[in-house]
Design a protein around this ligand. Structure first.
Ligand SMILES: [Zn+2]
Ligand SMILES: [Zn+2]
Length: 108
């Protein structure tokens, strides 16, 4: 018999919460059990950047996004629906900070 090994995150806070999916970008809880990208963080027709440092959201124009991503070694055919999660943005970054970048894409 196999014992249940799946729930390994419940012990960290000690607070009993219903299991809810979260926006993978801003962390807001949703009503379904699956993780998702919320409507504030993702626009399927645009490029959105979310800064974890100051929790700002920026709409990037595609050329800016393409240049930014190229500077981090990423190239995409289409910018539409990309969500860039960074831990520092231009407003809260020190000059020599390394930006931790995570990229998501939402689709219609
Ligand atoms: Zn979100
Ligand atoms: Zn910021």
């Amino acid at each position: 018999m196999l014992s249940a090994m799946g729930r390994c995150s419940a012990a960290s806070t000690g607070i009993a919460k219903p299991e809810a999916g979260r926006c993978v970008v801003c962390g807001v809880a949703g009503s379904s059990p699956n993780d998702f990208i919320c409507a504030d963080c993702g626009d399927p027709l645009a490029v959105t950047m979310f800064c974890r440092g100051c929790r700002r959201r920026l709409a990037l124009d595609p050329d800016t996004a393409r240049a930014f991503l190229a500077g981090h070694g990423h190239a995409f055919d289409s910018m539409q629906g990309l969500v860039l999660k960074v831990d520092r943005c231009g407003a809260c970054m020190a000059d020599d900070d390394f930006v931790d970048l995570a990229i998501y894409r939402i689709r219609l």
